[in-house]
Ligand binder design. Structure first.
Ligand SMILES: [Fe+2]
Length: 202
């Protein structure tokens, strides 16, 4: 969610001394459910969180602690969108900084829309969060219009929707192209990664 762009005008986030600090799952869930009331947005954030965790586990071979750091970035990346759209990105970043959270997680959230917030994605976590964010939204919009939802969905169908500018018009194709190029992962591979994994998130 980036319709209301707010340039952050910052390039450093969090305190390096807090590297490795995370919110425990229960605290993260509490923040999530008190800040995000819209069920559609909740689902989107859970989907992105799951994709981040799966990528960390399957592609990066990270241990459980690092998987949770990736998942947490996904889970909270739009946390302030629902109730504070005019402070989107800024508010959650400041909250996590005040909680002494790992700067990599904060930076990943800050850079999930470089064309909007003005923060460049640098790390793998930054780039994958950016890429999964928009692709996940487009693929879910496609699932909602299909009679069998995710069942039988394939790459070809997703790419067709991607080319139809009127479909899920709020999903920026410019962001998708930009994000994909930055990851160095081919778009087809990203889409094929997302479909079966996102299908399991309820
Ligand atoms: Fe998002």
């Amino acid at each position: 969610m980036k319709d209301m762009s707010l340039q952050l005008n910052r390039s450093t986030f969090g305190n390096p001394a807090n590297a490795g600090n995370v919110l425990p799952r229960q605290a993260a869930d509490e923040l999530f459910s008190s800040w995000v009331l819209n069920p559609r947005l909740q689902l989107h954030m859970k989907q992105v969180a799951h994709l981040m965790k799966c990528w960390a586990a399957e592609k990066e071979n990270f241990d459980e602690a690092d998987q949770w750091r990736w998942e947490l970035a996904g889970l909270l990346h739009d946390a302030d969108w629902d109730q504070w759209p005019d402070q989107h990105c800024k508010k959650i970043i400041e909250e996590l900084e005040a909680s002494n959270i790992d700067p990599e997680i904060i930076r990943a959230i800050a850079s999930h829309g470089p064309l909007h917030f003005g923060v460049e994605p640098v790390t793998g976590m930054d780039k994958m969060l950016y890429a999964f964010d928009e692709l996940s939204g487009l693929i879910h919009a496609y699932a909602l219009m299909r009679p069998n939802n995710y069942a039988g969905m394939d790459l070809k169908g997703v790419k067709k929707r991607l080319k139809e500018k009127s479909f899920a018009a709020n999903v920026s194709r410019e962001d998708i192209d930009d994000a994909c190029a930055r990851t160095g992962v081919v778009l087809d591979e990203l889409i094929n990664f997302i479909i079966p994994r996102q299908a399991t998130v309820k």
